[in-house]
Structure formats: C-alpha cells, structure tokens
Ligand binder design. Structure first.
Ligand code: PLP
Length: 232
C-alpha cells in the first residue's frame, strides 16, 4: 500500500533541506503532485494533506479530474500537448509547462482569447538534447519566445525541462544549471510580455538537486503516489 501521507512528509522534508542547503526560501518552491494515471481517490488523500497543485500529462485526463474535483485546486499541464487538445486545457490548467512550438502557442492564444482569459505558459527546453524528448533546443529558445511574446491571451512565465533518467541525481545538476542560466540570459533581454520567473525542473529522482539549482516548481509523481502501472 502506498502511504501518501508519509510520502508527502518525506518529499516536504527533502525540499526544505534543499532550500536550506542553498539558502532559498521554501515559499519560492512549489511542489506539484503529479497524479497522472492515478485515481481521484488518491488525489483526495493528497488534498487532505494540504496539496492543491496537481500535474497531469494527458489533456482528457486533466479535464476529467479537474471537472470531478473541487474548484480550488490548481492543475498543471506537464505533458506533450497536441493542438487539437488545447481546448480541453485552456480554462482548466493554471499553467501549461510544455509549449515547444509557435503553432502550439498560436492555438493556445486563440483559445484563450476566445475564452476571454490569459494563459500562462512555460517553454519546454530539451537541455540534454535527447532525441526521445520533446522541447526546443537551448539555442532556439529565445527566438521562439520572441515570436510567442506578442500573441494575445498567452504569457510566457519561464522554462521547463525534463532531465534525463539517471541513476545518480548529481548527473543532472549541469542540466538544471544550464536551464537556469538560459532563463537568466533571456530575462536580461527584457522582452515585452515575458516574465521569466519560473523554472519547472526536477522529478522524483532529482528534485532536491533541482531545488538547489533554482527550481521554482518541482514535479513529483512516483515519490508521492508510488509507481505507475500503465495497464489498468
Ligand atoms: C510523469 C512526469 C513527472 C513525474 O515523474 P516521477 O518520476 O514519477 O516523479 C514529472 N514531469 C513530467 C513532465 C512527467 O511526465
């Protein structure tokens, strides 16, 4: 049996330790509980422990859970998003972490304008250049942001990365450092309508290192809800 309460205590303690080690305030790091594939009953357990930020990677699953659970929760779209699914996410998600093309941003912009809201987004960067991963290369990032920035109904708030799967979390430290440096560089350009205040990086295997390197959001699934089983 997965003990969500105990798991959350441990994750919280680890985040606090990482904040302390790096001289950061705990308030500057948001823990996103990645609930993909997990039932609503488990999400309710996490809510009981005070969690209100949840991450999903499938638009329809996000829609279903968002529409089932209380309204005071915040839903993060963290997975690859196809243009024809944007309509499920805009108006439900508080943040889309996975924008990696102008065409997708355009669709988000259109949908947000239609619904009369502003959609905050992050740009997904494939820092390590892994072929299997979505995201733009670090070199393309600024250019993409400059093209997205003028679109109505969308606001670029920062960068996101999915670091490689590694045995030793330390191996991902340079990846997190690189994402942070990229964000600092782009922030210094003062592009209109771009804030560059958020860095979404770190998962179960490496979130402490990510916090030490400046993550403002960590996305923890397995460490809270246990292993995922994709065949239900
Ligand atoms: C599944 C997922 C996570 C959580 O992964 P864990 O290793 O289970 O913590 C984080 N970010 C993204 C984008 C994911 O798809």
């Amino acid at each position: 049996m997965v003990n969500i309460k105990e798991n959350l205590k441990e994750v919280e303690a680890n985040i606090q330790a990482a904040c302390q080690k790096s001289g950061r305030s705990r308030r500057d790091v948001t823990l996103i509980a990645v609930s993909k594939t997990k039932p609503v009953s488990m999400i309710r357990e996490a809510i009981e422990e005070g969690i209100a930020e949840f991450g999903e990677n499938k638009p329809q699953e996000l829609r279903e859970k968002c529409d089932t659970l209380p309204e005071n929760l915040h839903w993060h779209m963290i997975g690859h998003l196809q243009r024809n699914k944007v309509k499920y996410v805009v108006g439900r998600a508080c943040l889309i972490h996975s924008v990696d093309s102008f065409a997708l941003a355009e669709e988000i912009s259109k949908e947000a304008v239609k619904k009369g809201l502003e959609m905050p987004v992050l740009i997904e960067v494939n820092v390590a250049g892994e072929e299997s991963k979505f995201g733009v290369s670090p070199e393309e990032t600024e250019d993409l942001i400059r093209r997205i920035a003028p679109l109505p109904g969308i606001k670029v708030r920062g960068l996101m990365t999915i670091a490689p799967f590694v045995e030793n979390a330390e191996d991902n430290r340079p990846v997190f450092q690189k994402l942070r440096k990229l964000a600092v560089d782009i922030k210094s350009k003062n592009i209109d309508n771009v804030i560059m205040c958020d860095l979404s990086m770190g998962m179960t295997g490496d979130y402490q290192v990510a916090v030490e390197e400046g993550a403002t959001m960590v996305r923890v699934g397995t460490g809270i809800f246990g292993e995922r089983h994709y065949t239900i």
